[in-house]
Design a protein around this ligand. Structure first.
Ligand code: BEZ
Length: 211
């Protein structure tokens, strides 16, 4: 059965371009992003891994570790990294998991046979420090992902794990948040001293509490 939000991210041991690791141990207390790509030496995947590498500082600031995976071999990944660095003007600085026996792909249900029965689709799993899955995304091979969006989601997840707020459509860090419906008006006054903008009884905004 497919993994769902709140499930524990399956643990595994795998060879990667940064050495063999046990996934949970490698994550430690960090947040994690595990994302699959269809195949090495393909154009869209090359741009995706380059985009991820260029965001290294953004992920580090948020205490996020990133790992990529495909069903290619370690030797293939190692050769391809040179092309990514050359063409994307960056240095790949995160592990790419070799999964030729499809162990990780199967654990995370990354192969969707009606799309492609041999390769992983573009799956994304955001994993919290508690090792629980906080977000899943599935993109087709033909569409490269927006990694800035993943940072935006991480910002929202980290904020909403600490404060009783949610984030509205297209929210970006620093913008007003929504007070969750479970918070009563009397309680909200104490919880959100920066102020409350009440548009409807169920739609109440407050400045981002930790800014
Ligand atoms: C790509 O990364 O460019 C790609 C991979 C598999 C199918 C289509 C495109």
């Amino acid at each position: 059965m497919a993994l769902r939000l709140g499930d524990i991210a399956p643990d595994f041991t795998a060879a990667t371009t940064e050495g063999t690791f046990r996934f949970h141990e490698w994550l430690g207390n960090s947040w994690g992003i595990l994302f699959s790509h269809p195949a090495d030496y393909t154009p869209v995947c090359t741009t995706e891994l380059g985009a991820t590498a260029r965001l290294r500082d953004e992920f580090a600031q948020r205490n996020v570790k990133v790992a990529a995976v495909s069903v290619d071999t370690l030797e293939s990944h190692q050769g391809w990294v040179g092309d990514i660095n050359e063409t994307q003007h960056t240095t790949v600085n995160f592990p790419i998991i070799a999964d030729p026996d499809r162990n990780v792909a199967t654990l995370y249900d990354m192969i969707h046979p009606n799309a492609d029965d041999k390769a992983t689709v573009r799956s994304v799993f955001i994993i919290g420090p508690d090792k629980k899955i906080k977000l899943t995304l599935t993109y087709p091979a033909s569409t490269g992902r927006n990694f800035i969006e993943l940072l935006r989601v991480i910002d929202s997840l980290q904020l909403t794990s600490k404060f009783r707020v949610a984030t509205p459509a297209d929210w970006k860090a620093g913008e007003d948040c929504i007070i969750t419906p479970a918070v009563k008006d009397e309680e909200a006054v104490t919880l959100f001293p920066k102020g409350i903008r009440r548009v409807k009884p169920y739609l109440r905004y407050t400045p981002q509490p930790n800014r």
